[in-house]
Design a protein around this ligand. Structure first.
Ligand code: ADP
Length: 206
């Protein structure tokens, strides 16, 4: 009966809907997983329970790999991504996983707060004592009077429902604590409407 044929979803459509629902569930689980990980790391950090495995970390290789990990997501959001590498022999003193965690947090923020067609750049330079790692975006930027605030735990400048769903406001607080615990720091420069540059400083390996 043609009427029923039209009213009932075709098998193809049903499968497509199921695949779509599965993708949405997977994305929600990834989101929740990120929130749980953030809250647990923050709690451990606050209680001094986090251990650091400080070694000489090859900067170029580590940053290239972190960028390559997130590049598909950046590109799928219509962003341009560039990594500017440097001397492969340069090393810094850090916990490799924590360095990677900070850089991924900065890159994913650059992605979240940039409109499609924007650019995200990862580059680095060294002085005698320190390595400066820059994550630059051409996104919406941060007002001057909020530049300190964003490093406070649970602070999110955009309080819309969808923005809150995408994070906890803990990422930068954790990243700065991790950087400081490794003898470095995390700072920001920004111009509203033009973009932001986050700079992670770490000691060079002696
Ligand atoms: P979350 O990303 O979970 O919201 P963060 O601690 O990483 O938490 O960031 C805190 C807030 O700082 C964000 O909610 C946003 O308002 C602001 N912010 C962080 N990175 C950027 C960026 N690259 N551009 C503009 N605003 C940013």
């Amino acid at each position: 009966r043609p009427v029923i044929d039209q009213d009932w979803p075709q098998p193809d459509a049903t499968l497509r809907n199921a695949a779509d629902t599965a993708r949405k569930i997977a994305a929600a689980v990834r989101g929740l997983n990120g929130i749980v990980t953030d809250v647990l790391s923050f709690a451990r950090l606050e209680r001094g329970r986090l251990e650091f495995d400080m070694v000489d970390v090859p900067i170029d290789e580590t940053l290239a790999a972190a960028g390559a990990h997130i590049e598909p997501q950046l590109l799928s959001r219509g962003l341009h991504y560039e990594y500017h590498g440097g001397d492969p022999a340069c090393t810094c003193r850090a916990d490799r996983d924590k360095l990677r965690q900070i850089v991924l947090n900065l890159l994913s923020n650059a992605m979240k707060f940039s409109p499609p067609d924007g650019s995200v750049t990862l580059d680095w330079s060294t002085t005698d004592e320190a390595v400066q790692i820059h994550v630059r975006d051409t996104g919406r930027g941060i007002p001057a009077d909020k530049l300190d605030l964003i490093f406070e735990p649970f602070v999110q400048l955009d309080t819309s429902f969808s923005a809150r769903l995408e994070g906890t406001g803990l990422g930068l607080a954790i990243s700065r604590e991790l950087a400081r615990a490794m003898g470095g720091d995390l700072t920001v420069d920004s111009e509203p409407g033009r973009g932001s540059t986050f700079t992670l400083v770490l000691p060079v390996a002696q």
